[in-house]
Design a binder for this molecule. Structure first.
Ligand code: IMP
Ligand code: MG
Length: 181
């Protein structure tokens, strides 16, 4: 049996698993004070699955009741620069009218993904949409968009780990790191 592996030498660790857990704990406390008891969590796949799973367990510990839905949406293909075109597979969840939605994504980059998704959720009749992203790269914005809650603000680096991929690799890393270059 293998023990926990050392960080991948190619990847520069930006946030350790412990740092992520501590930040999520404080985010969950803030979110719980801001949100009603019953919410609909919408997690954008694939990148936010790990963040959403960990955050939801913490929200539960703070007394929240969550329905969870997913939308698969991507803009990167296998490149490290955004193609600018969003690929949407799957549909916007039903029965959102009058509901408070916590919209979760891994990274707020150009803003296209969250801008598009936010519009769809408004059109679906959500009573309120609160956005929470693990990482924000404000210097990369093309479409104006501000998240209500941000885990960490980072410079323009291509990052991987903790659910986030480069060409479908590295999602399983328990930490967040930057690719070389
Ligand atoms: P936006 O539509 O440009 O804001 O892109 C957001 C999406 O691009 C995120 O949900 C990520 O999936 C992806 N993305 C942005 N930056 C990175 C990165 O550094 N590594 C991996 N994926 C990224
Ligand atoms: Mg994504």
């Amino acid at each position: 049996m293998q023990t926990a592996s050392a960080p991948d030498p190619e990847i520069e660790v930006l946030f350790s698993a412990d740092q992520i857990a501590a930040r999520l704990d404080s985010l969950a406390t803030t979110l719980s004070g801001r949100l009603p008891r019953e919410i609909v969590v919408i997690s954008l796949l694939k990148g936010s699955f790990m963040f959403a799973a960990d955050l939801m367990r913490m929200l539960h510990n703070n007394g929240l009741v969550c329905r969870v839905e997913f939308i698969t949406i991507s803009s990167y293909g296998d490149e490290t620069t955004s193609s600018g075109e969003l690929t949407i597979s799957g549909t916007v969840p039903k029965d959102l009218a009058g509901r408070v939605v916590l919209l979760i994504d891994d990274i707020l980059d150009t803003g296209r993904t969250l801008h598009w998704t936010h519009e769809k959720l408004v059109a679906a009749g959500a009573a309120e949409i609160v956005t929470c992203v693990l990482l924000d790269k404000p210097s990369r914005r093309v479409v104006p968009f501000q998240a209500d809650f941000v885990g960490f603000t980072i410079p323009d680096r291509f990052v991987v780990g903790y659910g986030i991929d480069y060409a479908q690799r590295y999602r399983e890393l328990p930490y967040i790191g930057a690719m070389p270059g």
